[in-house]
Design a protein around this ligand. Structure first.
Ligand SMILES: Cc1cc2nc3c(=O)[nH]c(=O)nc-3n(C[C@H](O)[C@H](O)[C@H](O)COP(=O)(O)OP(=O)(O)OC[C@H]3O[C@@H](n4cnc5c(N)ncnc54)[C@H](O)[C@@H]3O)c2cc1C
Length: 269
């Protein structure tokens, strides 16, 4: 069945798919489509004409929300509200709890957070670091083709594909540390997530250090010495200035957050 559609004006056709298949068909090749998850970012962008849409794809009725666990494998639908993650183990739970406030977390979705474009004044997409640290894979579609790939590979193409969900194996241990200062209001200037897999693999990732979340391979390689790992993390990032913090400040704080995460992982091992 084709997605229901409403033409609001000459410029925007609103598509309301009732299933995953309909959503994939309505997205097509993604050209001229603006995907609307919870809308906390995209609706103000459309309202204030920072973005224009020939087609707006509303995912609310497509049945893409929910958290499923099969053995140690966890799968989270793209439309799951961020608030539903807050009680999950670290790094995901504390990372989600650190996003904005209850109102935004209840409306904002996992997919919207992971696919958020670069912010105008503050970093967005905090969940990227937690899912990267968990070694998550992303299931996404374009041109009717559904692919599952490492989140790391998906993030650079997140504007071109429809995210359907993310999956990961429950870690043996996890940790999260964020830069919280009163004047940063509800946004996170910088954050680091870490997770140790049941096979001993350690992954570290950061948000607030570039256009989107990144793994910290140099810090991972030096993880036995948290102080050295903190300094090594600077090789993996290109911090910039924005309204929340300067690049200089971020280079001072990142090593501290990496150290905290590694210390916490050691304690919980
Ligand atoms: C006051 C305030 C505080 C905030 N604080 C934070 C914060 O601390 N940390 C943080 O990370 N964010 C923060 N945000 C930003 C935002 O609210 C969250 O990132 C939220 O999770 C975005 O989800 P959403 O579903 O509302 O995204 P939407 O606005 O629906 O979409 C965001 C982007 O992702 C695209 N998109 C959505 N779903 C998909 C999909 N399934 N496939 C492909 N593309 C998709 C949209 O087209 C759009 O470009 C804040 C926002 C506000 C207003």
């Amino acid at each position: 069945m084709a997605a229901a559609s409403v033409v609001t004006d000459a410029a925007t056709e609103v598509l309301m798919p009732g299933s995953e298949d309909e959503a994939i068909a309505a997205f097509g090749d993604g050209a001229e489509v603006v995907v609307v998850g919870g809308g906390t970012i995209v609706l103000p962008d459309l309202t204030y004409r920072r973005r224009r849409a020939r087609k707006a794809l509303m995912l609310g009725g497509a049945g893409l929300a929910g958290i499923e666990t099969q053995g140690s494998r966890v799968t989270i639908g793209t439309m799951t509200p961020v608030q539903e993650l807050v009680d999950m183990p670290a790094p995901l739970g504390p990372c989600a709890a650190n996003v904005a406030d209850l109102e935004i977390r209840s409306q904002g979705t996992v997919g919207g957070n992971l696919c958020a474009r670069e912010g105008y004044e503050a970093p967005r997409g905090d969940l990227q670091s937690a899912f990267l640290a968990l070694g998550a894979s992303a299931r996404s579609a374009a041109n009717g083709d559904v692919t599952e790939e490492p989140l790391e590979d998906f993030l650079p193409k997140r504007r071109e594909r429809l995210l359907l969900g993310v999956s990961f194996d429950e870690p043996a241990a996890g940790a999260f540390a964020g830069l919280d200062r009163p004047h940063t209001h509800d946004y996170t200037a910088l954050a680091v997530s870490g997770a140790k897999g049941t096979d001993g693999t350690l992954r570290l990732a950061a948000t607030g250090t570039g256009s989107w979340g990144v793994r910290l391979p140099s810090a991972e390689a030096a993880a036995e010495d948290p102080v050295a790992a903190g300094e090594a993390a600077l090789e993996d990032v290109s911090p910039h200035d924005d309204a929340l913090a300067s690049a200089w400040y971020r280079t001072k704080v990142l090593p501290v957050l990496v150290r905290r995460v590694l210390d916490e992982l050691k304690e919980s091992a």
